[in-house]
Design a protein. Sequence first.
Length: 218
Amino acid sequence: MNTTSERRGWTQNPDAVKQDILAVAVSEFASNGLSGTRVDTIASRTRTSKRMIYYYFGDKLGLYTRALEAAYLKVREGEATLDLDHLPPREALAKLVAFTFDHHRENPDFIRMVMIENIHNAEHLAASEVIRDLNVAAIEKLAVICRRGQAQGVFRAGIDPLSLHWQISAFSFFNVSNRPTFSAIFGAALFEDAAQTTLRQQIVEAILGIVSKPATEG
């Protein structure tokens, strides 16, 4: 049980309190959806109160939007640690694809949050400037890699970074979003560690194949 001084120290660190709330909120919204999640439950799993949750986030919808933003931010922050600018273009793209596959696999709550938001026709995501700015930066990161690859003669001309982002996301997203149904129909063998490693490498090779300059080009 926390002492009075421990509780006081915790409440005097609002950033830590908010991060604690958001971590639990992502888990609850991912499991129960927007309508099925109760703020009381989130409060019971955190080191703060329902009153403080409303103080920081306004209402349940405000908390949901911030949780969605936090889920996207985690992906973009992970990408930022990859230090891709110092790698050759093919290595940079391969590392980014592998990261995306692994991140999605290791963070199924992110995938569920995105699935839930699609059920709501992206209404809350579309209203978030934070998510829009985060994802514009993600496309620009891909664009930089593509331009470097083209300048070095290893990537073909005419690559659309947005389409490339779609392709990377589609491979990595399906691996998590459809795991239950795919496993129920075909068995779970593809989701064991060895098979996932093979799939990840195949996806990396597929994306590199999409962008690579054909050998017949001068």
